[in-house]
Structures are given as structure tokens and as C-alpha cells.
Design a binder for this molecule. Structure first.
Ligand code: AMP
Length: 405
């Protein structure tokens, strides 16, 4: 299937060509025709599947066509008619990326969009709102704040997108989301996206969607096929040396390194810097400016190594990211899948390396179970003690012999 089969209007097709997209991804193929037909969508998809374009393209197209048929002289500029589409996302980083996608895909249209998130002065955001916008992309907390101050009116919303709902609930946004929904007209088109669907999510979806089309593109247990995954067995105290070794010896151009805690991220950066490898950290204790600076530096490749916690990393979308390194394994196996989904995007090859200490063996077991396969062990590196091929989970003792790096 090509984008031509999806009946997209010429300015959007042109924008896709400029982006270098040749064929729609599976979620785009399934969601775009349904949204263009006016249906609600319940999508189970993780980042890296092309889910942003799957909702952004049809929303842009419908908004453009509606404003053109309403006889707007500017065929799109609808400042006087209020906000038509609201996209809610869990993090600033993801909200900014969605906003950039609307900018790129809608470059040939006259629709206005703006992004709203907390941790920065609100004046730029309120100025944009005053000028009039068709599309608002927002994190829930700041949006609610601006609604309460009277800067945002949601009475003319026609499209409502909730992106990464599982993460929004994880981050405690449920009450904010409910307050926002209470102000949106019931007659609207709703697109609901979540990477995982626990019962709480299903219940919320049922209450918000009307006769939705369900689209499931890849189970959360199926990470990007293009990602080559391997694991190093290494004691906690040796991880620091292993990371330096890997970064120096392997031809790693650009790596996103994950730690479980903010403190851990800072420590890894400090250790790397001490050994002459430059790296930056991104996590919730950093100021918004520091986070944006690090993210921009990583995207434009002036920063080679970015060390992140899971929440801060959500939505980080970097073209051609070659490596993801799990310095610490996540406790929740789905998080592993989200992490490694940062590489191997849109058909590019990617590599995911994981460092597993003896006390993390249970996490690895859960990940292997979710993946329904065992991640390859780097055998040139690991020399398990006492001749056993794999350390047994949970023995509580140090299980690995000294490593040869
Ligand atoms: P997303 O899942 O929306 O975060 O998108 C993941 C990445 O895939 C982004 O870098 C998009 O720019 C890219 N992308 C989305 N759709 C396509 C497509 N049809 N062809 C090539 N790349 C795409």
C-alpha cells in the first residue's frame, strides 16, 4: 500500500514526500481511512510505529476540508472559531514532538497549532492562544491551569486525541484528564492510544469512545523487528567499567543510556565525564531548559551519549538512533520494550545492549517471558562462575566471575 491509496490531499502528500516517507506504516494504513470516515479509534500501539502521523494526517485533512467548505477566506485560519483539535500527551518532550509533526505534515496548510506544557513561563503559550489556534497539543497539568485562568476554551473541539494513555495514568493525570474531558463537547471524534491495555485503560476507553474501531498494530511484547538485542551479565560494581569499555571499543555513534533512577543517571554521567567521555543526563529533576538543551543537542548529534530515566525519555524520537543501552534493567518488562523502541525506528537497524547484574536476573526472566524468547548473551564478555552457562535467578550471592572486557 502507498500513501496514494489513502486519498490524502495534495499539500499533505507533498509534505510526506519532503519528509521522505514512501509507504504508510501498518497503523497509518489502518487508522487513516477510519479517522477520515469520522470514526472513533482505540489504538494499541507503541512509539516508533508511526502513530503520530496516523492521527495527525487525517485530522489535518479534515480540518482543512471543513474550514474550506465553511467558506473561510483563509481556508484554515480559524482564530475566530476556536480550538478544533486537542491532543493530550503525558510529557513535554512528547508534546513538543507531536507539535513538530503537525508543523511538518501541515506545512502546506493554513492551520495554526501550538504546544502547551508546564515548567516554563506561560506567556508564549497564552500569546499563541490569544492569536487563535486550530490545534492544541498539551500536557494535562498546564492545560488545566490555563483553562482555569480562562485562556483556553474547549467548547468547539471536534477532535480529541489521548496519546500514551497508559503513561498518563502512570503519571497520575487521571483526575486532570477527567476535568478536561468534562469541558469538551460530547459530539466529537476521539482517538485513544495506549501501548498497553490494562483493565483501567479499557474502562476509561469505554467511557470515552463511541463505537470505536479497534486497531492493534504490534503487541507490546513485539519490539521493533530491526532491533538486535543482547545482554551482558555483569556485576553492579563492574557496570561502570563495562559501559566505558562498550562506548570506547564498539563503534557507537549515538546512544541513549537508561538508568532506573534520576540519581543513577547523574552518577553515570559523572563517571563517563571523569573518564573523558562526554555525556548529558535528562530527567525530571533537571530544569525544563536543561532538558530541552540536552534533547536538542542529542538530536543534532552534538551530544553523543544521553543518559535518561524512563519517564523523561518517553517520546524521545531521534532519527537514526543506533544504540539503546540498558545500564539497569527496568522492573516492568513492558518498559524494556518501550526503551528499545527508541532505536530500530521506521525500518532502520538498531542495537539494544542490556547490562544485567545478579540481582536483576528476575527482571531479565520477566523480559524474556514477555518477548517469548531469550535475549542473546554476549559470550565473549561473560564468563559465568562455576561453569554454569547462566546464573540462576535470585540466589542472592555474587554470581559472576571477573569479566574480561
Ligand atoms: P511515532 O511512532 O509517531 O513516534 O513515529 C516514529 C518515527 O517514524 C518518527 O521518526 C516518524 O517521523 C517516522 N515515520 C512515521 N511514519 C513514517 C512513514 N510512513 N515512513 C517513514 N517514517 C515514518
Amino acid at each position: 500500500m502507498t500513501f496514494e491509496n489513502l486519498n490524502l490531499i495534495e499539500p499533505i502528500s507533498r509534505a510526506l514526500k519532503t519528509k521522505g516517507y514512501e509507504n504508510p506504516t501498518p497503523i497509518q494504513e489502518k487508522a487513516i481511512p477510519e479517522i477520515l470516515q469520522g470514526k472513533d479509534v482505540f489504538g494499541c500501539a507503541q512509539t516508533g510505529t508511526g502513530k503520530t502521523a496516523a492521527f495527525a494526517l487525517p485530522i489535518l485533512q479534515l480540518l482543512h476540508q471543513r474550514s474550506a467548505s465553511a467558506g473561510s477566506s483563509a481556508a484554515g485560519a480559524s482564530s475566530s472559531r476556536g480550538i478544533k483539535a486537542l491532543i493530550l500527551a503525558p510529557t513535554r518532550e512528547l508534546a513538543i514532538q507531536i507539535d513538530e509533526s503537525f508543523r511538518d505534515y501541515g506545512s502546506g496548510l493554513k492551520l495554526r497549532h501550538c504546544v502547551i506544557f508546564g515548567g516554563v513561563s506561560q506567556s508564549k503559550q497564552t500569546n499563541a492562544l490569544r492569536m487563535g489556534v486550530d490545534i492544541v497539543i498539551a500536557t494535562p497539568g498546564r492545560l488545566l491551569d490555563l483553562m482555569q485562568q480562562g485562556f483556553v476554551k474547549l467548547g468547539s473541539i471536534e477532535f480529541f486525541v489521548l496519546d500514551e494513555v497508559d503513561r498518563m495514568l502512570d503519571m497520575g493525570f487521571i483526575n486532570d484528564i477527567k476535568k478536561i474531558i468534562a469541558r469538551i463537547p460530547a459530539k466529537r471524534q476521539t482517538i485513544f492510544l495506549s501501548a498497553t491495555i490494562p483493565s483501567e485503560i479499557r474502562k476509561l476507553a469505554d467511557s470515552l469512545l463511541s463505537n470505536p474501531v479497534s486497531i492493534q498494530v504490534a503487541a507490546v511484547s513485539a519490539p521493533a523487528e530491526m532491533v538486535k538485542q543482547s545482554v551482558y551479565y555483569v556485576e553492579k560494581s563492574e557496570k561502570r567499567a563495562l559501559l566505558q569499555h562498550v562506548l570506547e571499543k564498539e563503534s557507537i555513534e549515538h546512544a541513549l543510556v537508561f538508568t532506573r533512577t534520576k540519581h543513577g543517571a547523574d552518577k553515570v554521567v559523572k563517571d563517563l565525564n571523569k573518564s573523558g567521555i562526554s555525556a548529558e543526563a535528562i530527567h525530571g529533576n533537571k530544569s525544563q531548559n536543561a532538558r530541552q538543551k540536552a534533547l536538542i543537542g542529542f538530536k543534532n548529534r552534538s551530544i553523543r551519549i544521553l543518559v535518561a530515566t524512563d519517564i523523561a525519555s518517553r517520546g524521545i524520537d531521534v532519527d537514526k538512533l543506533t544504540h539503546v543501552i540498558n545500564y539497569e534493567l527496568p522492573e516492568v518488562p513492558e518498559t524494556y520494550v518501550h526503551r528499545i523502541g527508541r532505536t530500530g525506528r521506521a525500518g532502520e537497524a538498531g542495537i539494544a545492549l542490556s547490562f544485567c547484574a545478579s540481582e536483576e536476573m528476575d527482571y531479565l526472566k520477566d523480559i524474556n517471558k514477555l518477548l517469548k524468547k531469550n535475549i542473546d548473551v554476549v559470550s565473549t564478555h561473560s564468563v559465568p562462575a562455576a561453569g554454569s552457562a547462566r546464573p540462576k535467578p535470585n540466589s542472592g550471592r555474587k554470581q559472576f566471575a571477573r569479566r574480561r572486557y
